[in-house]
Design a protein around this ligand. Structure first.
Ligand SMILES: *Cc1c(COP(=O)(O)O)cnc(C)c1O
Length: 551
C-alpha cells in the first residue's frame, strides 16, 4: 500500500471528486483540448517510435527485462496522471515491445495494420457495446448479423434468396465472432461432437448428459478427429475440452507439398471403421497451414466426408481472405463444401488483436450450443450470446464492416496478391542463393527454408548415418542462426521443426517467413537473406570440427 509520504510526493489522491471527473466528459474548451492532446500524443508519439525504431526489437534479455517488473503491491493512491502514463508507455514500454509493423518482421502472422484500424478500435472502445445481448448493443447486433452474412456469402456462395432469408433471422445463425481462431475451432468441433451424439430415445444429447453416457448409448469407445500433420495446436485443446481427449486428434501424414495425403486419410478411416468401436467427429482440412501455408485438397476431403457422413471443418484462420482475390481464390477450391469454416480477423483481415470468426453452412447448426438464461439471452430473442462460446464480447463487426467499406474486396485482394507473389519471388531468391535450401514452396504467402553452408550441401548417395549427422548439424546451425538474428534485432524470421511422419523423431529445423506486410518487398527480403548468410559464416567458425567431416 502507498504510504502518506508518497501521496504527498505525487500530490495525487483517490477521492470522490477526482473519480467523478474521469467519468464526465469535459465541458470546457481547455478540458477538451487536453483530451485531444492525449490522443495526438498516442498517435504521433507511437508513430515516431515505429518510424525511428527501424529494427524489430531492442537488444535486451528477458532476464534484464523482468527486473523492472517485480513489484506486486497495488498502490492505494494514484501514482500517475494519464499524461504521464502515456509518456511512460511511449518511452518505456513501446521501445521494449516488438515492432511487428516493421517490414523486416516476417516471422509471424502478426504484422502492420492499416492506420485507420487505430481509429476504428478507438470508436469501438468509446461506444463500449456488448453484443452478448440486444439490450447492450442494439444496432451492433444487427450489424454483426449482416457482416457475418457477407463473409458467409464470400465462402459458401449460397443464392441471394438464402441470404435475404437468413441475414436478419432471429431463428438462425450463419456464424459468430469469436476471440480468435482458437475459439472458432473449438466452437466448430463442439458442434460437430454434439451432432454426432444427438438426442435419441432415452438420451437427450451429449451436451446435456456428457460424454460417458453418450458413448454408452451409441456403443462407441472412442471419438476421433482427423487432421493433417500440419494442424494448428488449438485443435488439440478442443480435443481436451470436449472430452474426446487430445490423443484423439489424429494427425494424418502429408504429401511432399505438405498437404493432407488422401491415401493416408482413407487408410486411417478404413482401419477405424473395421474396428467398429470408434466414431469420427470431424475431418479438418487446413486452408493455409500455420507453418507452411499449405492448403489441403479440400474437394477431395469433402468427397470423403460426404461418403462417410462426417462433419467437414476447414481451418481457414489464415487463408480465408484469399477468397477476395479473383486470381488466387481457386487455391481454396472446395471450401464452400465445408460444414464449418474458421477465419481470423486479426490475421489477413488486418484487424487489431484480437478477433476471429466461425461460419456454418447450415444456418441451424449453432442450435446445438444454444444456452439461455433468465436475465439475458431469453428464448426467442436475437441475443447473439445465446449461441456463442464467449459471453460478453466487443463489437468487432463494426471494425470489420468499416474496413470492408474502406478497402473494398479489391483492396484486400491487392494485399493478398502482394503476399503470394512476393513469397514466390522470395522462393526463387532462396533457390538461386548459394547458401540456402528451400524446404517448402510457398503455400499461399508462407514458406520455409534453411541455411545450408557449402560443405553441408546434399549429395546423392550420401550414407544414411552421415545424412542423419548432416541434418542434425543443420538443425543446430539453423536454430543458432534464428536466435542470433532475433537478438541482433534488425529483422525477424521465425523457426519451426517439420516432421515428415510419426516415425520422424528429429525432423527438420527450418526458418519460416510469413509475407503479409504490404511494405515487405523483395529488396527487404534480400537484405534479410544477406544478414542470415553473414550470421551463418560467423557461426561456421564454432562448427569447424563437425564441418570437417563433410569437406
Ligand atoms: C492462427 C491460427 C489458428 C489460431 O488462431 P488464434 O487467433 O491464434 O487463436 C488456428 N488455425 C490456424 C491455421 C492458424 O493459422
Amino acid at each position: 500500500m502507498q504510504k502518506d509520504g508518497e501521496e504527498k510526493r505525487t500530490g495525487l489522491v483517490a477521492d470522490w471528486n477526482t473519480l467523478q471527473r474521469i467519468f464526465i466528459r469535459p465541458e470546457d474548451e481547455q478540458g477538451r483540448q487536453t483530451l485531444v492532446k492525449y490522443m495526438e500524443q498516442i498517435l504521433f508519439g507511437l508513430h515516431e517510435f515505429l518510424n525511428s525504431h527501424v529494427g524489430v526489437t531492442e537488444e535486451i534479455s528477458l532476464k534484464a527485462l523482468t527486473r523492472d517488473f517485480k513489484e506486486t503491491v497495488i498502490s492505494e493512491h494514484p501514482e500517475k496522471k494519464l499524461a504521464d502514463v502515456i509518456t511512460d508507455i511511449i518511452k518505456e514500454i513501446a521501445p521494449r515491445a516488438v515492432n511487428v509493423t516493421s517490414p523486416y518482421f516476417v516471422g509471424h502472422m502478426t504484422s502492420a495494420i492499416p492506420f485507420f484500424m487505430v481509429h476504428l478500435k478507438t470508436i469501438e472502445t468509446a461506444l463500449n457495446q456488448n453484443v452478448v445481448k440486444l439490450e447492450t448493443s442494439k444496432v451492433l447486433s444487427v450489424l454483426e448479423k449482416q457482416v457475418l452474412a457477407k463473409i458467409h456469402r464470400l465462402i459458401f456462395k449460397m443464392g441471394g434468396d438464402f441470404y435475404q432469408r437468413h441475414v436478419q433471422s432471429i431463428d438462425t445463425s450463419l456464424g459468430a465472432f469469436t476471440a480468435g481462431g482458437t475459439t472458432a475451432n473449438i466452437t466448430a468441433l463442439w458442434i460437430a461432437r454434439n451432432r454426432l451424439f444427438k438426442p435419441c430415445t432415452g438420451f437427450s444429447g451429449v451436451e446435456n448428459e456428457g460424454m460417458a453416457r453418450a458413448m454408452q448409448v451409441y456403443g462407441v469407445e472412442r471419438v476421433v478427429v482427423f487432421v493433417s500433420r500440419r494442424f494448428h495446436f488449438s485443435l488439440r485443446k478442443a480435443g481436451g475440452l470436449l472430452g474426446i481427449g487430445n490423443d484423439s486428434i489424429i494427425p494424418v501424414d502429408v504429401d511432399e507439398r505438405h498437404r493432407m495425403d488422401m491415401a493416408a486419410l482413407k487408410k486411417e478411416i478404413a482401419a477405424l471403421n473395421a474396428d467398429g468401436k470408434a466414431k469420427i467427429a470431424a475431418v479438418v482440412g487446413i486452408a493455409g497451414a500455420t507453418e507452411t501455408g499449405a492448403v489441403d485438397p479440400l474437394n477431395d476431403i469433402a468427397d470423403i466426408c460426404d461418403r462417410e457422413g462426417v462433419h467437414f471443418h476447414v481451418d481457414a484462420a489464415w487463408g480465408g481472405p484469399v477468397l477476395f482475390s479473383e486470381k488466387y481464390a481457386h487455391l481454396l477450391d472446395g471450401i464452400h463444401r465445408a460444414d464449418s469454416v474458421t477465419v481470423d480477423c486479426h490475421k489477413q483481415f488486418y484487424m487489431p488483436m484480437s478477433s476471429g470468426m466461425i461460419y456454418f453452412r447450415d444456418p441451424y447448426a449453432m442450435d446445438e450450443i444454444a444456452y439461455y438464461s433468465e436475465y439475458v439471452n431469453r428464448p426467442g430473442s436475437v441475443d447473439l450470446g445465446i449461441k456463442s462460446l464467449e459471453g460478453s464480447r466487443e463489437a468487432s463487426s463494426l471494425i470489420l464492416d468499416s474496413a470492408l467499406k474502406i478497402m473494398g474486396s479489391r483492396g484486400y485482394a491487392l494485399m493478398i496478391e502482394h503476399g503470394i507473389e512476393t513469397a514466390r519471388k522470395f522462393a526463387q531468391e532462396i533457390e538461386t542463393h548459394g547458401m540456402f535450401e528451400l524446404v517448402t514452396r510457398p503455400g499461399l504467402n508462407i514458406l520455409t527454408y534453411r541455411v545450408v553452408p557449402p560443405p553441408l550441401k546434399f549429395r546423392e548417395g550420401i550414407p544414411a548415418a552421415l545424412e542423419e549427422r548432416r541434418n542434425a548439424l543443420l538443425n543446430r546451425l539453423n536454430t543458432d542462426l534464428q536466435r542470433k538474428q532475433r537478438e541482433q534485432g534488425k529483422s525477424f524470421v521465425s523457426r519451426t521443426t517439420l516432421k515428415a511422419s510419426q516415425a520422424d523423431e528429429t525432423g527438420k529445423v527450418v526458418l519460416r517467413a510469413v509475407i503479409m506486410n504490404p511494405l515487405t518487398d523483395i529488396a527487404v527480403l534480400k537484405e534479410i537473406l544477406d544478414e542470415q548468410a553473414d550470421i551463418c559464416r560467423q557461426l561456421e567458425k564454432n562448427y569447424q570440427k563437425e564441418l570437417a567431416a563433410f569437406r
